[in-house]
Design a binder for this molecule. Sequence first.
Ligand code: AHR
Length: 517
Amino acid sequence: MHTRLLTSVLIALLVCVPPVHAQNSYEATLSIRLDQPRWSINRNIYGQFAEHLGRLIYEGIWVGENSPIPNTRGFRNDVLAALKELHVPVLRWPGGCFADEYHWRDGIGPRDKRPRRPNASWGGVDTNAFGTHEFLELCELLGADAYINGNVGSGSPQEMMEWIEYMTSDADSDLANLRRRNGRDKPWKVPYFAVGNETWGCGGNMRPEFYADVYRRYATFIKNHSGNQIQKLAVGAYDENYNWTEVLMSQAGKQMDGLSLHYYTLPTGNWDKKGSATQFDEKAWHTTLLRTLRMDEFIQRHSAIMDKYDPQKRVGLMVDEWGLWYDKEPGPDLGALYQQNTLRDAVAAGINLNIFHKHADRVKMTNIAQMINVLQAMLLTDKDKMVLTPTYHVFRMYRVHQGATMIPVDLSTPEYKLGEASVPALSASASRDAEGRLHVSVVNLDPNRAAEITTTIWGGPIRSVTGEVLTAPAINAMNTFDRPNTVKPSPFSGYKLEGSRLRLSIPAKSVVVLELK
Ligand code: AHR
């Protein structure tokens, strides 16, 4: 009697309660075409952006030689060490909107003689302690290429031309000698130079037809000195401003090496009420990721216009500002555009980087906004303290894709739905590096269900798998100065290798990077 009762209870339980696996996971398939290698993923896709804004330059990286914060010739050591881990390939400076009000002569010579100027874009006064020499020295310390954004809005072609000569000429000229007197004998290499920033907005409110001519004029005076080869970058569109791309490509495409694109993800899509960086629910998680995925559409459509004028894809699409932008958090003022960074930012970063890999035949550079203490930052500082953000960890995990060959992936994934809206539950990309290692990045957008992925690798036997996973219990998990390790990568063990088949178990709301050999 007892046994029969127990059996019926067990059967009832099995019928009513679906197995945990079925309830909390979904199935997907991933096909990795190692047999069809495509283009190179330009390492500059992992570029950074440092504007004179809030506490990015001053405190974030530059504390000065006399600071009690441990530093190397004025650059803080903790920040330098953390950034070196990212293998930053290229660094954009000095803005942003700030670039169109920056006059380079303010930032050279003895620091105590440099003028203090109001920062008209972002508030406060700039001491100019960090100028051309400091920026280019920072690039050397990081091993990054310099990307300088010239001033069109309030500068002149002559000022731009002279700046380039000052930095890159080895001649016995007045400007090169001035640089020598200011402490730098050898000219620097400056491989990227942009003619203005957002000239449709803060950089001059121009119409594309007008700017196309302005660009052509300024670009004429960007000269190559002493073996330095400059790639000239024109200001491109924001979001879906396709007409801008059309006009610039048709009227100045032949004179440029790159055209920029700016796209910021706002959780609400509304600049007046963007949404909180930290206090958000699943709906905001979902809309943020949905809006992040729009990057794919923008790149595809701007690239299609560029293809009409440049089918050889000589001109790069440079997404030189991207990232998540939130409302200022209530509480003490921590500097202009300072925001916290959560697991949501990490997932969005992974999605964007996967999109950039997919389009790396046209996308030759991107610069996340911005490196420290501003918008979707890698690092946050508070006086002598520093914390690595979830986005930092994604950049560190994904650095294996820099310069590697893009391997196409075919993903069959269910949707992650919320109300009427839906997004693909997974995002993935793959690449093979110079040593033949295959790296696969998988992002699970679904915050509630793990992904059980059957993976087939075409064109190569795989013998070993290692990996890292970044996740946390809460969608808004973050690292703070008191708890710096709430969101950090850990070794990934959710795989089973059976010949060329790989079973992956990717946790909900996570970013995974695998190395397959
Ligand atoms: O990244 C912050 C600002 O956003 C930049 O200065 C400007 O180019 C953009 O509008």
